[in-house]
Design a binder for this molecule. Structure first.
Ligand code: SAM
Length: 263
C-alpha cells in the first residue's frame, strides 16, 4: 500500500462500496490530522471509564484491539493495567499508534492484519476483543461481516467477550439527514456530516477548523441487524448500550456499544 497524504475515491465516490477500500482511506495524512485535532484527554473525558469498567467487571486481563487506529484505546487499556495486542489493517495507522504509545511510555505489540484473516496472522487466545470507533462499518459485504465476526469468535477464550461499537445509523436512514445531523467531536473542533445516505452507503465528510476535509465511505449498519449477525455467529448474550447508557431512546444516541458474550 502506498503512503500518501491524499485520499482517493475516483470519479464517482458514491460507487466506492468495497471492504478493501479502507486501506486507501486511512492513510498517513489522515492519521496525523485526526490526532492533531482530537486530543486524547478530551476524548478520555467524554468516554469516561465505560470500557475499562466493562472489561474489569468481567475479569478480563488479555485484550486484542482489532481496530487500533492511532492507538487511543490500546494505550488507555495499557495504562489501566491490561495486557494488549494491537491490530490494524492499515500500516500507516499502526505506525502512528506505535509512535503515540511511545510518547506515553509504552511499546505497543502491533500486528498488521485484516479482520477477515485474523487467525492467520494473530496467535493466542484473548479474554476480550475490542473493535471501537465505528470501525466495523468498513465491511461492505455481509460475508465479510460474518467472516470477521467468526474470526473474532475463534480468537476468544471460551468465556470471552467482544466489545464493538457503531454509529446509530437507524436514525440517519429512517429520519433522513440534514444540518441537524452534524456531529461534533471534542466540542466544535471537528464536524462530521453525512453527504450521501442510502441503505448501502453512508459517505461522511469530516471538516477541520483549518479548512481541510476528508471523507469516509461506510456501510450503514442497522443496530438489530448487527445484533442478529453476532447471535448467528455464536455469541450467546448481547447487551447494547446507547451512548454508554443501559437505558436510552432508540432515536437519541449517536453511538451504540454492543457487549457480546461467548458463553
Ligand atoms: N479504534 C480507533 C479509534 O476509535 O480511534 C480507530 C477507528 S478507525 C474509524 C477504523 C480503523 O479500522 C482504521 O484504522 C482502519 O484501518 C481499520 N480497519 C478497517 N477495516 C479493517 C479490516 N478489514 N481489517 C483490519 N482493520 C481494518
Amino acid at each position: 500500500m502506498d503512503s500518501t497524504h491524499a485520499q482517493s475515491f475516483g470519479d464517482n465516490p458514491i460507487e466506492v462500496r468495497e471492504t478493501d477500500h479502507y486501506k486507501h482511506e486511512y492513510i498517513e495524512g489522515i492519521a496525523d490530522k485526526w490526532d492533531e485535532l482530537i486530543d486524547w484527554d478530551t476524548r478520555a473525558k467524554n468516554e469516561g471509564d465505560f470500557f475499562i469498567s466493562a472489561l474489569k467487571e468481567r475479569g478480563v486481563k488479555k485484550v486484542l484491539d482489532v481496530s487500533t487506529g492511532t492507538g487511543f484505546h490500546s494505550v488507555r487499556l495499557l495504562k489501566a493495567g491490561f495486557e494488549v495486542v494491537s491490530v490494524d489493517g492499515s500500516a500507516d495507522m499502526l505506525a502512528k499508534a506505535f509512535e503515540n504509545a511511545r510518547k506515553h511510555g509504552y511499546i505497543l505489540r502491533t500486528v498488521l492484519a485484516d479482520w477477515r484473516f485474523l487467525n492467520r496472522d494473530v496467535h493466542g487466545e484473548y479474554d476480550a476483543i475490542i473493535c471501537l470507533g465505528n470501525s466495523f462499518t468498513h465491511l461492505f459485504k455481509e460475508r465479510d461481516r460474518r467472516k470477521a465476526l467468526a474470526e473474532y469468535y475463534a480468537m476468544l477464550k471460551h468465556d470471552g467477550l467482544l466489545v464493538l461499537d457503531q454509529r446509530n445509523y437507524d436514525t440517519i436512514l429512517d429520519h433522513g439527514y440534514s444540518s441537524k445531523h452534524i456531529y461534533h467531536y471534542c466540542g466544535e473542533n471537528v464536524t462530521a456530516e453525512p453527504e450521501h445516505v442510502d441503505e448501502g452507503l453512508t459517505r461522511f465528510k469530516y471538516s477541520f477548523p483549518d479548512g481541510s476535509e476528508f471523507h469516509l465511505n461506510m456501510f450503514p449498519l442497522r443496530k438489530n441487524y448487527l445484533r442478529r449477525l453476532m447471535k448467528e455467529v455464536g455469541f450467546q448474550k448481547i447487551e447494547t448500550y446507547g451512548d454508554f447508557q443501559e437505558t436510552y431512546h432508540e432515536a437519541e444516541p449517536d453511538f451504540f456499544t454492543h457487549v457480546a458474550e461467548k458463553r
